[in-house]
Design a protein around this ligand. Structure first.
Ligand code: SAH
Length: 456
């Protein structure tokens, strides 16, 4: 068994679902972050344990054919990216395998995923950033990312995953923080004002908001902040404060205060305009979200005269993008601001056959069942934890749509839920992985389910 600080050679033969290379030493699995399948590496054991060990990469002795030089200057210290050391093609195949593994191992479902649909651009694709702000012990201002598995802030004011406007806004905000003498939040003591910078930018329209998350309700020299940002980015459409006085890890509090412009941004997806409020969910990679929604529409196989139920609908994006191919859309979402966005988005696009309900998905599903609503197609797009069991039983047993389109950002919970759907008479016909988060270990997938009884 390898011991702590021992230096060993490992052949990397596989990849874990969170993106660490894995090899074997003395019959034990050794996980080495920053490696590629096919690498032979020298690593130092930093965490030995009975069942596995974790190694820190020291030298690549013999590189995998997939290995490339990372183009990012901070990728070795920043916790954001996982796959900077390999070609994008290799990353897409790892993501396909991750989905395949989840369905085979967690779901016990034999379905071969299609090739992962790669992002239009693997860099600068994000439309949103949340950057922690801190002071180093020596007083330096730090704005950037948490180092892996820690709350230590790595100073990184330019991220290769984000648009250049974010870099400019962060530089301007940093100048304002230093000049205004505003205090910076300290997680340990709970004192200090500035906690995070939250930004969103719609690639199709260029609309952009900048939001300073503060441990209080106002900042000294708010006018100066607005001036600095609007001088730097004349096209910025909103400057806000978010009030977060809690001690926890949650980034955003519930209250937003507008200092300048409008809090919402408008983006274009699937030829529709979507207005998104700061607390509403919005896919972070807009061009790729459009492809995802188009694939969802294909799976839904819409015939023009059917009822579509869009559960976990956020700002209504998926249901509204299909509204012209169905008779009616019902959307369900728990965040009130997102439901308001969804209603407004229907209006903005002249869509009159959509209705939105603000409720927990299982409660709304039960109410809709009681109303006798029988959708022909159900789209499910839950958060990472997946579906509640009662959502599955109400949808499958009582509503019994002929097709279910399950969009997921976690293949493991999606596979688990699809296995339950199988017991309730639904089969996964197609599985399509989509890369919405290049360079990270995350992968989105669309599972197309059909009722067995309708297949015959
Ligand atoms: N379909 C949307 C949003 C998907 S993200 C899109 O593509 O943009 C998942 C959404 O589920 C979020 O908007 C979240 O607020 C919502 N949500 C989380 N828990 C929920 C619950 N219990 N009931 C209903 N909606 C929920």
């Amino acid at each position: 068994m390898p011991e702590k600080n021992e230096e060993i050679t490992v052949e990397i033969t596989g990849m874990t679902s969170d993106g660490n290379g894995v090899g074997r030493a003395d019959g034990l699995a050794v996980f080495v972050p920053g490696t590629c399948v096919g690498d032979r590496v020298l690593c130092r054991i930093i965490k030995p344990s009975k069942n596995y060990a974790v190694g820190k990469l020291l030298t690549v002795l013999c590189p995998s054919a997939d290995r490339v030089e990372s183009e990012c200057p901070v990728s070795s210290v920043c916790g954001g990216c996982t796959y900077r050391q390999m070609t994008y093609e290799a990353e897409l195949e790892i993501k396909r395998k991750k989905v395949a593994d989840a369905f085979a191992r967690v779901g016990g479902i034999s379905v071969e995923p299609q090739k992962t649909v790669g992002s239009v651009s693997p860099d600068r694709y994000r439309n949103k950033a949340m950057l922690p702000v801190a002071r180093a012990k020596d007083g330096r201002l730090l704005i950037g990312f948490y180092a892996p598995r820690s709350h230590r802030v790595t100073d990184c004011r330019s991220c290769m995953l984000s648009p250049a406007d974010f870099d400019d806004a962060v530089a301007a905000a940093a100048r304002w923080i230093e000049n205004s003498g505003v205090s910076v939040y300290d997680e340990l003591t709970g004192r200090g004002l500035v906690r995070h910078i939250y930004m969103r930018r719609a690639p199709a329209t260029g609309e952009m908001i900048f939001c300073l998350v503060i441990n209080g309700r106002s900042v000294p020299d708010g006018k100066g902040l607005v001036k600095t940002l609007t001088d730097t980015l004349p096209g910025i459409t909103g400057i806000l404060l978010n009030v977060n006085t809690s001690r926890g890890n949650k980034v955003l509090g519930s209250e937003f205060i507008t200092l300048y412009g409008r809090p919402e941004i408008r983006d274009t997806l699937c030829s529709l305009t979507f207005e998104i409020s700061p607390p509403s969910f919005y896919q972070v990679n807009s061009p790729q979200a459009e492809r995802l929604y188009n694939a969802a529409a294909e799976c839904a196989g819409l015939s023009g005269n059917e009822l579509l139920l869009d559960l976990y609908c956020g700002a209504g994006t998926i249901g509204l993008s299909m509204a012209d191919r169905v008779s009616r859309v019902i959307g369900v979402e728990i965040i009130p601001e997102a439901v308001e966005n969804a209603k407004r988005n229907a209006e903005l696009n002249g869509i009159t056959n959509a209705r939105f309900i603000c409720a927990d998905a299982s409660k709304a599903a039960a109410d809709l069942r009681a109303e006798g609503v029988r959708p022909d197609v159900v789209v499910l797009d839950p958060p990472r934890k997946g579906l509640d069991k009662d959502v599955i039983s109400i949808v499958a047993d009582d509503m019994a749509p002929s097709r279910i389109v399950y969009i997921s950002c976690d293949p493991a919970t999606c596979a688990r839920d699809c296995a339950v759907f199988k017991e309730h008479g639904y089969e996964v016909k197609e599985l399509r992985p989509f890369d919405l988060f290049p360079r990270t270990a995350h992968v989105e997938c669309v599972a197309c389910l059909k009722r067995y009884s309708d297949n015959r």
